[in-house]
Design a protein around this ligand. Structure first.
Ligand code: SAM
Length: 703
């Protein structure tokens, strides 16, 4: 071994990069496990960053001519300088890793910047749009980017803060379903398994830094192609986790496999710290009746304007019986503009304390369905006093009935269900490890739902919305403020499922969805032949993130397709309501950018660092997206101080603001930073910029 170490030292002296590469390989070999999963880590991955401007010092590739479908020159070149020649920007290039450097001059437009995964990156985010229907709830985010780099970015904003990671990675089918080093991995590739493992391992190692070590879960779906190797990889990467695997029927029709009909895939569940499956019924002890919920919606979202469809009359006869459900009123009409049918009295949602119209918790169609099911009852009605207490069973309670967690002991004469916590102290039997539910069928409840939301747009293999909802519910039912991350988010099913869970219990969970903007393999050829290249707007518009993920999340929230038409169809199972109703949620869409540390530390890139600061403080409320002229600013969850002579004014504004979590202080001087930090309330975390940002990416990055 020492001979080898000597040789590596000699190699390092001659060619530092080659020496370091040799050392890495040597370390990898010498740390090979005697038993377990051994695989080639492969040379570091590289990605092309088509939209990143070319700068001096960058690593680039020369693109094939427009119109060509060839792969082009794959060698890496260093940009030694950039000059303007006859109005055109030309780069002087030098080939990497050659004793006698080859050089050439190439127009900037024909170059693409390449990032090797061992390079440091300094991330930024550009907002590409937002949807706001959720008042002051935290915002869901969708990020278009290479997930390895976005995960790195999240080490600054969400280190140790994520409650659930759900991923559905490429299954390595050989059918152009993923790329390693910019190339599809085909089934003939002898290294396809080790490439896939190297790709997954890199991402899982960073993802681990994001999970809350004391209580979180990692959920990974996979099929028969890689589940054996993935199982070992997960065990080795997360030795501290409790690991279980579920078999889940997702294709009841089946696909032929060696004389069998394969109907299922697998879900690995890795639990960390005190994570447990939400099985306990928290309130009420065994044998007592469940608590029904009041139909008038409470809380900040209980205002008519938040859901005009939930403001309608419920009619009672003169015996005080609920007999008819009216239709929703257009927003401009008041309740007194409606004349009740003869002999009937109308009940309306209880007004808000400030006199504004309130609203019911569900729309008329849903209420009618609940009544049919026996899930609506009234309390002591008094026509004379205008008292109409109405109660209902929430979709969560109905799901608990379906799963056997709550017990139905018959019906009242009116047909209303009698629902009890189980005698065994409210504990339910644990969910089983084989799932076979019609609601989990990917074609019915994945493809078909996507078709309703985005008519005419195709995405291969979305998960069933309800399958994702069910698996998440196991872990976030008792965590209404959970942060859920999906870094292979594809069509955005996870974000959609999180929004459904929030609706079921008025939760404020937030989902971070990350996916790249790949254009489907079969469409790329035509685009290339038409003279387009990745990075061109006409190319990027067809990418998964811009064409599917972001529009899907927007459509789900607004209840409208991209062309503005109300979405046809109803949600099913646990919470049935028209898709056109949408969700009271917020979402903001971003694209990842790559910055230089010098520009960051000089505030030149503030607009693109701003969303990262906002996310670190909870992705809620206003984002300070330009440098404040007065030298400081305070948003909903964080403050920013740039001019330190404004410290006193800033600190008093921070004192006055509620819910402030972080104060970012821009200074190179640690003593002055400490002085400001001391003047801040204890509840506010002081963060020095850009020191904390730069050091996060300097030390946490690089392989
Ligand atoms: C199997 S799909 C996920 C489908 C998703 N669960 C759904 O229901 O729509 C995997 C997705 O990961 C994305 N992806 C693959 N490699 C990636 C990478 N390196 N960075 C970011 N996204 C990637 C692809 O865009 C693809 O859509």
């Amino acid at each position: 071994m020492s001979r080898l170490t000597d040789l590596i030292a000699q190699a390092k002296a001659k060619d530092p990069q080659m020496g370091m590469d040799l050392e890495r390989e040597f370390k990898a070999l010498s740390s090979r496990l005697a038993f377990g999963l051994n695989f080639e880590r492969h040379r570091p991955e590289v990605v092309e960053l088509p939209k990143r401007p070319v700068r001096k010092g960058d690593k680039v590739r020369v693109l094939p001519e427009r119109g060509s479908t060839t792969k082009g020159d794959q060698r890496l070149w260093a940009v030694k300088g950039i000059e303007k020649v006859k109005g055109k920007r030309i780069a002087r290039l030098e080939l990497f890793g050659c004793a006698e450097p080859e050089t050439q001059n190439v127009a900037i437009d024909d170059l693409v910047v390449v990032a090797e995964f061992r390079d440091y990156i300094y991330p930024g985010l550009i907002s590409t749009g937002k949807v706001e229907r959720g008042g002051d709830k935290p915002c869901n985010t969708v990020i278009n980017g290479e997930n390895y780099h976005v995960l790195k970015a999240l080490t600054y904003t969400h280190r140790g803060k994520v409650d659930v990671i759900y991923i559905d990675p490429p299954y390595n089918t050989g059918a152009k379903d993923w790329k390693y080093n910019n190339d599809y991995v085909e089934s003939e590739d002898l290294y396809r398994h080790s490439k896939w493992l190297a790709f997954m391992e890199r991402r899982l190692i960073v993802a681990k830094e994001l999970l809350n070590p004391t209580d979180s879960v990692l959920i990974v779906t996979i099929d028969e192609k890689e589940y054996l190797r993935l199982g070992l990889l997960l065990e080795q990467t997360f030795p501290e986790a409790r690991i279980q695997m579920v078999s889940s029927v997702i294709n009841p029709k089946g696909v032929p496999r060696d004389g069998l009909s394969r109907v299922d895939e697998y879900i690995f569940l890795l639990q960390f710290g005190s994570s447990r499956i939400a099985g306990d019924v928290k309130e009420g002890s065994g044998g007592t009746e469940v608590r029904w919920r009041g139909l008038t919606r409470s809380g900040a979202n209980g205002v008519r304007s938040k859901s005009p469809g939930a403001f309608y009359p419920i009619y009672f006869n003169n015996k005080g019986e609920m007999v008819e459900i009216g239709d929703a009123l257009p927003l401009h009409l008041k309740s007194d503009s409606i004349v009740s049918p003869k002999g009937l009295t109308a009940a309306w949602p209880t007004p808000r304390p400030d006199g504004e119209d309130g609203r019911w918790s569900v729309v008329p169609e849903t209420l009618r369905g609940l009544i049919k099911r026996g899930a609506v009852r009234t309390g002591r009605v008094s026509l004379a006093d205008g008292q109409f207490p109405i109660f209902y069973l929430t979709s969560q309670q109905l799901a608990a009935i379906d799963s056997g967690e709550l017990e139905v002991r018959g019906r009242k004469p009116s047909g209303v269900l009698k629902v009890y916590y189980r005698e065994d102290g409210g504990r339910i039997s644990a969910p089983r490890t084989v799932w076979d539910k019609v609601s989990h069928s990917a074609s019915e409840h994945g493809i078909m739902i996507l078709r309703s939301l985005l008519p005419g747009r195709k995405f291969p293999f979305p998960k069933s919305l309800y399958a994702v909802e069910d698996v998440l519910r196991l872990f976030v039912r008792d965590k209404p403020e959970a942060i859920i991350l999906d870094f292979f988010s594809g069509s955005g099913t996870t974000a959609h499922a999180v929004m459904r869970l929030n609706r079921q219990d008025e939760g404020c969970r937030q989902c971070i969805s990350v996916t790249n903007n790949e254009v489907a393999a079969d469409e790329q050829k035509a685009l290339r032949e038409g003279g387009l290249r990745p990075g061109d707007a006409d190319w990027e518009q067809w990418g998964i993130c811009d064409y599917i993920t972001k529009p899907r999340v927007e459509a789900a929230i607004m209840g409208k397709t991209p062309s503005g038409k109300p979405i046809k169809g109803d949600y099913k199972f646990t919470d049935e309501f028209p898709m056109a109703e949408g969700f009271e949620e917020n979402a903001e869409f971003f694209t990842l950018t790559y910055e230089t540390p010098v520009a960051v530390s000089h505030n030149f890139t503030f607009e693109r660092i701003a969303p990262i600061l906002w996310m670190r403080a909870g992705s809620q409320g206003m984002c300070i997206d330009t440098l404040p002229a007065q030298g400081w600013d305070v948003a909903d969850t964080y403050g920013l101080l740039i001019e330190l002579d404004q410290t006193a004014t800033f600190c008093s504004a921070v004192e006055k603001a509620d819910n402030l979590r972080v104060a970012y202080i821009v200074t190179n001087d640690d003593r002055r930073f400490q002085a400001v930090a001391r003047s801040l309330p204890d509840s506010v975390e002081p963060v020095r910029l850009y020191e904390s940002y730069l050091s996060n990416f300097k030390f946490a990055n690089g392989e």
